[in-house]
Write a protein that binds this ligand. Structure first.
Ligand code: GLN
Ligand code: ZN
Length: 796
């Protein structure tokens, strides 16, 4: 559409991984020693060139540079400013690729490729930097590590080089940097605790140096990402933002800064953001559409506003006409010269190209937009706003038709499901009796020893298991042969668990590809992509399920496997399910219904499964809510309402069973203080949590709260290949006994064992069972028994 005048169209950032995961393969080949550094860097620069060309061809006028990263953009920033901890032995020259990857993966690389969370030094090489989730996304960044009083200096010229690279190819780009305040706030210190913001004055000169050089090289705008602007901020942070942007403005006055906020509303930080001396402000109008009015009424007349109107966090096509109806009046009021059109946030968080999805249902496909399709939407919006809707009437007509079809489609709307969800009553969520009574009944029934031992569900997903699954998917292995293979694996696992003396067994989850996908594939309302990869961290990408319609469960999903496994043993076999909140948080979720409502539908489907398992004879049923905590809203003021529906969804899954049926849950984190009320309200009979690395410290939250139900604090750090010995585990258990009553305690690993090898798991679990035996032999050390009213049981 070259003849049309368009409003400026920006993308803020694009996926780096390549439409066919080119970056992953280039990295892995390089790490395996099968390609040279030059080859890796050439592959990276080809990806950047293709990205720029694609955006240009689609009509983007504000093209970003430095949005690319070999591993992670926060790590790039640490390296840029020379925040490189001593263990990586950087000697102040240009940072070698080996150093960069040592920070990303550890110098041996082995443990980090497995779990990504492991920052232990296993005696050889150096550990990777810690990583954690980027705001409320499923993207993980490498946590910057600071020392008190440390200095910074320009150690990587990546932003400058990539801007130059684009210029040589004929693109004038707007370089993107993580803003200095967000960068410091994301970091932490490993030794003495101090406020990283105290390093701001030391850090700013490096930013200024980069900005100056970009300006010298012809950049007229830069994009500084300060997503911390959507968080609850303390005064020190607000002060830091003022200082930082004042300093930048004074030092590089000609360079225009587009300051971006995203993932939520500016809220009480709005005044602050509008006061900063920057040329432009980006606001997220997908998460927070209502803020537009207030921003407009309070903004300076010379500020450029970047409207984040296309959803950068989800895969739905934008209803373009409806959006235009909403923003045209605002733009008329502002004047076209003061507006840019953009996605709500970088497109990093969505898959790249819908056109590659040949197997998707055509109707569903017509309702979706991945990054490339979103860029085309932005261009259409820019043209409609710059030249009038009639110039893009065809694109608008397609969008209108898609919106209308989606609204009315029977593929999405199932009256039976919505009717049932609407008639959920409070009593469906409540267990029949209080925990104290249930505990007695269950205790009578199971007659477990004190400190019962169990595991979290999965056993190693070996190469053999994955090969069989792939062969079955390709049709090379028949349904029957595959099932027999899985039965053999399950039987071996059950027999082995019995042999080493575990008290409560699991079937091993060999039939599951992934704890969410496995259920999504069997539920109505879900679809899956073939190439819809999104970066999780480094070279690890995921393909989240698409939860597109009303969710129901056509038939039992796990009963047959549970039944088979239980038939092999007299010990209790725990059934294993994934909870509704986790299913939601790890999927792309429909945007035409509030999340709480979608979650309730999923909960009803899981409830059906729970009741079928109970009918089939399962007496212990575990509902994993691994992602419950990470779904917490960014603003504390919204926590209550989230936790309310999250807890209610769990209760809806579990509330229908008899007192005899023991409900377990598992959660993968190491921070419970701020959500302990919600955890208690879930009222699971047994919860297993990750505690080994924190040395049981997180049990303090349970102790202070006087948490009444049973708990399995992890004693085996499964994120590391290390095999813990017996004494380590008895020490951890002793620490746990100092905080909880003996009658509450279970013994289990931190999490599922699917990422580990059998050679590690076997000795570790043998040691764990031995640790239980030794702890039982020591006898009662039960100072806290009074904390557990009613739930006393002789056999434990
Ligand atoms: N049951 C799952 C497993 O053992 C739980 C994993 C998780 O919560 N991350 O793998
Ligand atoms: Zn876990």
């Amino acid at each position: 559409m070259p003849s049309l005048s368009s409003l400026p169209v920006a993308t803020l950032g694009t996926p780096r991984i390549g439409p066919r995961r080119e970056l992953k393969f280039a990295l892995e080949t390089y790490w395996a020693g099968k390609s040279s550094e030059t080859e890796l860097l050439e592959a990276a620069s080809a990806l950047r060139a293709a990205n720029w060309a694609r955006q240009k061809a689609l009509g983007v006028t504000v093209i970003p540079s430095n949005d690319f990263s070999l591993y992670d953009h926060v790590l790039d920033t640490s390296v840029m400013v020379g925040a490189i901890p001593d263990i990586y032995r950087w000697d102040s020259g240009a940072v070698p690729l080996a150093t960069y990857f040592a920070m990303a993966r550890g110098s041996q690389g082995e443990s980090a490729t497995d779990c990504g969370h492991c920052h232990h030094n296993h005696g050889r090489g150096v550990p990777a930097q810690e990583m954690t989730k980027w705001f409320d996304t499923n993207y993980h960044y490498m946590v910057p590590e600071f020392r008190k009083g440390q200095t910074f200096r320009l150690a990587s010229r990546k932003p400058i080089e990539e801007h130059e690279e684009a210029r040589h190819l004929g693109y004038q780009t707007r370089p993107v940097l993580v803003g200095p305040v967000t960068f410091l706030k994301l970091g932490k210190s490993k030794d003495v605790s101090f406020d990283p913001l105290s390093l701001l004055d030391a850090l700013l000169p490096v930013y200024v140096e980069v900005l100056r050089e970009l300006e010298r090289n012809g950049a007229d705008w830069v994009q500084l990402d300060e997503p911390c602007l959507v968080l609850d901020l303390d005064d020190a942070t607000r002060q830091a933002l003022r200082r930082a942007y004042k300093r930048i403005n004074e030092s590089v006055p000609q360079l225009k800064v587009m300051l971006t906020s995203y993932f939520g509303e500016l809220g009480d930080n709005l005044g602050l953001a509008l006061d900063l001396p920057v040329a432009g402000l980006h606001i997220d109008l997908v998460r927070a559409p209502a803020q537009l009015g207030e921003v407009m009424s309070r903004m300076r007349s010379d500020l450029v506003l970047s409207l984040g109107v296309v959803d950068g966090r989800n895969i739905w096509r934008t209803d373009l006409s409806q959006l235009l109806d909403r923003i045209e009046p605002a733009i008329a009021q502002l004047g076209a010269g003061r507006v840019q059109i953009a996605p709500s946030c970088s497109l990093l968080h969505v898959p790249i190209d819908l056109e590659q999805e040949d197997d998707l249902d055509p109707d569903l496909k017509s309702w979706l937009a991945f990054a490339i399709q979103k860029i085309a939407e932005l261009a259409t919006l820019g043209a409609a706003l710059g030249s009038g809707r009639k110039h893009v009437y065809q694109a608008l007509a397609v969008s209108d038709a898609a919106a209308a079809a989606r609204k009315g489609s029977h593929k999405i709307h199932d009256p039976a499901v919505t009717g049932r969800a609407a008639s959920v009553s409070d009593d469906m969520r409540a267990r029949r009796s209080q925990f104290a009574h249930r505990a007695e009944v269950q205790c009578e029934q199971f007659r477990l020893p004190k400190f019962p031992t169990t595991t979290i569900g999965s056993f190693p997903q070996t190469a053999e298991v994955r090969r069989a699954r792939a062969a079955h998917a390709k049709g090379a292995l028949s349904d029957d042969a595959y099932k027999r293979f899985l039965q053999t694996e399950t039987a071996k696992a059950v027999e082995w668990q019995e042999k080493i003396g575990l008290d409560v067994l699991v079937h091993g989850e060999f039939e599951r590809n992934d704890m969410v996908q496995y259920f999504g594939e069997q539920l109505s309302g879900f679809a899956f992509t073939r190439h819809g990869w999104v970066q999780s961290y480094g070279s690890r990408y995921v393909r989240p399920p698409l939860l597109f319609g009303d969710v129901s469960r056509p038939q039992p999903m796990t009963v047959e496997w549970w039944d088979y496994a239980q038939s092999l043993t007299d010990r209790p076999m725990k059934a294993m399910l994934t909870g509704p909140v986790t299913i939601l948080n790890w999927s792309f979720v429909r945007d035409d219904m509030v999340r709480s409502e979608v979650c309730r539908q999923v909960a009803l489907a899981i409830r059906d499964e729970v009741l079928d398992l109970e009918r089939a004879g399962a007496r212990m049923i575990q509902i994993d809510e691994a992602a419950l905590r990470e779904g917490l809203p960014l603003r504390q003021s919204q926590w209550m309402s989230y936790l309310k529906w999250a807890v209610e969804s769990f209760q809806l899954c579990s509330g229908g069973v008899a007192d005899e049926t023991q409900i377990h849950t598992h959660m993968c984190y190491s921070e419970f203080n701020d959500i302990i009320d919600a955890i208690a309200a879930m009222d699971a009979d047994v919860i297993s949590i990750e505690t080994s690395r924190s040395k049981m410290e997180l049990l303090d939250a349970f102790k202070t709260y006087r948490y009444p139900n049973e708990i399995g604090p992890g004693v085996y750090d499964i994120h590391s290949p290390r095999i813990p010995d017996v004494s380590e585990m008895t020490e951890l258990l002793t620490l746990a006994r100092g905080r909880l009553s003996d009658a509450q305690l279970w013994i289990n690993p931190d999490c599922g064992l699917k990422t580990r090898k059998w050679e590690e798991v076997r000795p570790a679990l043998v040691n764990m069972v031995e640790a239980a035996r030794q702890i039982r032999a020591i006898g009662r050390l039960d100072q806290h028994h009074d904390l557990r009213p009613g739930a006393f049981c002789d056999t434990k």
